[in-house]
Design a protein around this ligand. Structure first.
Ligand code: KG4
Ligand code: ZN
Length: 341
């Protein structure tokens, strides 16, 4: 039996979790900074770092209290080392080092992307390899081939914006608020998603890479033609025209994510498809993946909604793989904004 305290602070969520034996989540505390950044329509790195400094102590304390755990009951402390915003990452890394040093615990450094990939494993037993993992978040849109547990090979990524970033930018240009994903999902319900046809970018070299900036530009053009660009609007009634445009955009994103992931599943002959990251919270996307995987015969494992956006339970889930191999980090580790998996 092993117990890990994990800390996540790579972007705008301060999170801590206590997890036993890989997947028994005793607590998962997330302090979101959305209210602070929403006035600016996106994450302001300097504000994020300062907010992490204020939140980190209370969040760790709460995670331990909710788990009924003391520092002396822990076997290791894990932390996200990268990728992410450097000022934000450093807060978590410094806190984890301090806890490790003070309580004489081994330190486990985790790649944020490995955390996302491990998120379906928390509550879904029997996931079979080889697997394909789609990470679809605000910072990343990538496909990883996982031949076996703990092995990751990048086979496709976005060449420009991440899918979540596209949701955020489209919401901003239509004056719908921040973060864009949940707002667009809500407004798209009951709207006409076939009102606008948006072609999806195909790579000329046959690669499975994604591109979302062309789609964002197409939405902007359509919105400009119809006088729907309102970057300063906040709240209030949203017109049917805007809702149809948002729904059509959502459909285009979902379509390309599903199609490309399934093409990769067939090409790589995997048994399972893992879908993770903030955008995978989207119900329209979850339903589309379910339908397609059922039709094509792939076992689908989408992270539970509470583990899709940034959280520390997924960091603990990834940390166990390193802990079990005895792969510990020295107290001299640094954080890295760019940190490939
Ligand atoms: O995984 P995450 O919390 O942070 C990163 O590692 O990037 O993902 C945040 C992203 C944001 O861009 C947000 O707009 C998007 O996930 N998102 C969604 C939904 N909920 C969050 N996108 C579409 N539909 C949603 N329901
Ligand atoms: Zn993330």
């Amino acid at each position: 039996m092993a117990r890990i305290l994990a800390i996540e602070s790579s972007c705008d969520e301060t999170a801590a979790a206590v997890v036993d034996d890989r997947d028994h989540v005793l607590s998962s505390v997330i302090a979101s900074q959305v209210d602070i950044h929403c006035a600016y329509g996106g994450v302001v790195p300097e504000l994020a770092a300062r907010q992490h400094v204020e939140a980190i102590g209370p969040v760790v304390r709460r995670a331990l209290d909710e788990a009924g755990a003391g520092f002396d009951s822990l076997d290791a402390v894990a932390v996200t080392q990268g990728p992410g915003l450097i000022g934000s990452l450093l807060v978590g890394v410094c806190a984890a080092k301090a806890i490790a040093w003070r309580h004489d615990l081994p330190l486990v450094a985790v790649n944020h992307l490995e955390g996302h990939i491990r998120s379906p494993f928390i509550d879904q037993p029997g996931i079979e390899f080889p697997a394909l993992a789609l990470i679809v978040s605000g910072g990343h849109t990538s496909l990883y081939l996982c031949p076996k547990e703990g092995e990751y090979r990048l086979i496709a990524r976005t060449r420009d914006d991440a899918a979540g970033e596209a949701f955020d930018k489209v919401a901003k240009l239509l004056g719908l608020g921040y973060p864009g994903g949940p707002v667009i999902e809500r407004l798209a319900q009951g709207a006409d998603e076939s009102a606008h046809a948006f072609p999806h970018a195909q790579m000329k070299d046959g690669s499975l890479d994604f591109s979302f900036s062309g789609l964002k530009t197409a939405v902007r053009r359509r919105a400009t033609e119809r006088g729907l660009v309102h970057p300063e609007a906040t709240g209030g009634e949203v017109s049917t025209e805007v809702r149809d445009l948002a729904a059509s955009f959502q459909r285009a994103v979902v379509r390309v994510l599903v199609r490309r992931s399934l093409t990769a599943c067939k090409r790589e002959r995997v048994r399972s498809l893992l879908v993770t990251g903030g955008v995978s919270c989207n119900k329209r996307l979850r339903d589309a993946f379910r339908r397609s995987c059922e039709r094509e015969g792939f076992a689908l494992h989408i992270a539970a909604p509470r583990y899709t956006t940034d959280n520390a339970a997924m960091i603990a889930a990834a940390a166990f793989l390193h802990y079990e191999r005895g792969a510990f980090a020295p107290l001299s580790i640094n954080a890295y904004a760019n940190f490939p998996l």
